[in-house]
Write a protein of this length. Sequence first.
Length: 292
Amino acid sequence: MGWDRAGSELTELQIEPQRQPWPDERMVYLTLDFECDFGTALTRNVYEAVEYVDDLVDLLETTETPLTCFVQTELLDERPEAVERLRGCSQPVTFHPHSHTHSKRENTSMRYEITRSTDRFTEFFDRSPVGYRFPNGNVRASDYQLLSEEGYEFDASVFPTWRPGHFNNTQAPAVPTYLNRFDLFEMPFTVLSSVVPIPTALSYCRIFGRLVTSALLRAGPSTVVFNIHLHDLATPTSATALPPLYQALYSRNVDGFALLHDVLTRYQRQGYRFDTIDSAHETLRNRFPGYT
Ligand SMILES: [Zn+2]
């Protein structure tokens, strides 16, 4: 429903989305959804996987990888020390909200999630947030209006692919798009290719194993938004409460840390550079004076 719905609403609102190429070739933007275990797949929010944040910081520092972090702001109340640990990383780490409760959109109010997470974020970091990411890639045109009212400059939620029960974004742009009515950029996820539109994310590397990891490095996109969750890096015991299908998927290739280390170092050997989504967004805005 996501972009198809958003697409028709955008037309109704007479918005002219302007597609922009990613600012650089051979770039990796590592993004983290810092959230409750398994997102919306568990019936209540559990925060066991945040324990792995120390190992993630070590990995970012040893591989010299910057990170763009989308933090579910309930975590700022539940486990502030984990957020502080990531904030103390010696590599650049930028933070943005990823909703407050990380609920499925039918179980919550988008206005509540955006205003609550914006307030909580501003209080914790002592500055206004710049970007936002919706849970499950489920963003709609009406949400952009809410983000613009709160002063956001970009959203980073759209998967240019489909996910049964969550969204069908096969018509969505696979490159950044400027939404002039809202003065917002959508900075989408990337996929393996238009023929094999698997998101470039650690969860899919775990599910499909070496097949996808090798394809990613050999035939993947030149600009890569590579997404991770802490529960992709190692499996917390809360996994036992997952539905059987998810349990089966998360029992595959269990050493997510080794997999991520392998992916990052192989990109580095191939001459890819690493940066934050913030940096890409600033470059796009600066490139066109009308956007600033
Ligand atoms: Zn999430």
